[in-house]
Design a protein around this ligand. Structure first.
Ligand SMILES: *Cc1c(COP(=O)(O)O)cnc(C)c1O
Length: 371
């Protein structure tokens, strides 16, 4: 699905030098590379505070801890997402409340939000799935009206520009009260291990999150709140500084792959190509099509025979996971989520794809559909 080795080859001299530099200076934790990356990401996103942490799942957990959510409080999330979004809700003793998504954006449907809000609702977590944003204008307006915090799960859409009503743009992830991201290797901005970050423009939330990531410490060995240990290590930060400079080019390369797929698949009425740039620029973390009247498993197997990977993100929506059985969430009525789960298929997309690979993939799909 991705080719991290080919991408590394292009930045190898810089990356090798930066990693060696960290080792030679032996500042493995909280070294200058971490601070440097933090500042550069703040500039890139146009956000006041970036708090680096160990991974994207921690980022979500820390955001919820900093907001002071208490056991029993309800958190609204989509069910059509990677499990981490909803898992941390349950882990903190909060109650996940699942809301359906829009068929075109694959993201939280604001028109279904208010029906799910109760006295106990304390946060809404829109997930910017596959690389483009949820309808943040409407989600923020509803959240404001009910005095609910918004935590953006931006693990898949870093670098995407949100189009505001006045025509200006703002980076996705910097619009809610808190934004969270992951630097898992296959993400659009990925490191060479695990990493994550939290963003906010709120000074007091930022101060709390800085404390929480470091054992709730206010000064050394004085612990004011219960926190955790969640750090981005210096080697990962050094890699991320280099890759952040490439991010806009990486996004352009992904969009070019999506253009190729879109053009080729236009001839097949069984394929609905992803609708793009609905609320924000699509950064194509995934290229996810919807299939109609196609045996998806057979297509997946046919492609695998030709060494073409294809994936279902995600085969079981959160509300149908065994993990949430005790919440009775399987009874939630999420028709679009269920409909999409039956029909989506994602194809390889990355920054180093060439014409030959694209032709091989498109040819495989055409052969299957035309047989
Ligand atoms: C990857 C991902 C996460 C979790 O990130 P990790 O760094 O793997 O913990 C959370 N939410 C979404 C939508 C993701 O894609």
């Amino acid at each position: 699905m991705v080719d991290l080795m080919a991408q590394y080859q292009k930045i190898k001299p810089e990356v090798d030098k930066a990693i060696l530099n960290v080792i030679e200076n032996a500042q493995f934790v909280n070294g200058p590379e971490v601070k440097g990356f933090q500042n550069e990401l703040e500039d890139y996103l146009g956000v006041k505070h970036v708090i680096p942490c160990a991974n994207g799942t921690d980022a979500l957990q820390i955001a919820m801890m900093a907001l002071g959510l208490k056991p029993g409080d309800e958190v609204i999330t989509p069910s059509f997402t990677f499990i981490a979004t909803t898992e941390v809700v349950a882990l903190l003793g909060l109650k996940p409340v699942f809301v359906d998504v829009e068929e075109d954006s694959f993201c939280l449907d604001p028109s279904k939000l208010e029906a799910a809000i109760t006295e106990k609702t304390k946060a809404i977590v829109p997930v910017h799935l596959y690389g483009q944003a949820a309808n943040l204008d409407e989600i923020m307006a509803i959240a404001e009206k009910h005095n609910i915090a918004v935590i953006e799960d931006n693990a898949q859409a870093i670098g995407s520009d949100y189009r505001k009503t006045d025509g200006s743009t703002q980076k996705v992830g910097s619009i809610g009260h808190v934004g969270c991201t992951s630097f898992f290797p296959s993400k659009n901005l990925g490191c060479y291990g695990d990493g994550g970050a939290i963003f906010t423009n709120d000074d007091s939330l930022a101060a709390q999150m800085r404390q929480i990531v470091n054992h709730g410490q206010s000064k050394r060995y004085y612990h004011d709140v219960v926190g955790c240990n969640s750090r981005l290590d210096s080697i990962q930060a050094a890699v991320l500084r280099i890759k952040l400079r490439e991010l806009d080019d990486y996004i352009a390369a992904r969009r070019a792959v999506a253009d190729h797929y879109d053009n080729f698949f236009a001839q097949f009425n069984q394929i609905t190509t992803p609708k793009r740039d609905i609320y924000s620029k699509h950064v194509f973390h995934q290229y996810t099509m919807k299939l109609e009247g196609v045996d998806r498993d057979a297509l997946n197997a046919f492609l695998a025979e030709r060494d073409i990977p294809s994936m279902i993100y995600y085969p079981v929506p959160a509300h149908r996971q065994k993990m949430f059985e005790a919440y009775g969430s399987a009874d939630t009525n999420l028709p679009v989520t269920d409909w999409l789960t039956e029909r989506v298929l994602s194809l390889p997309i990355h920054t180093e794809m060439d014409e030959e690979q694209l032709n091989h993939i498109c040819g495989g799909i055409a052969d299957f559909l035309n047989q």
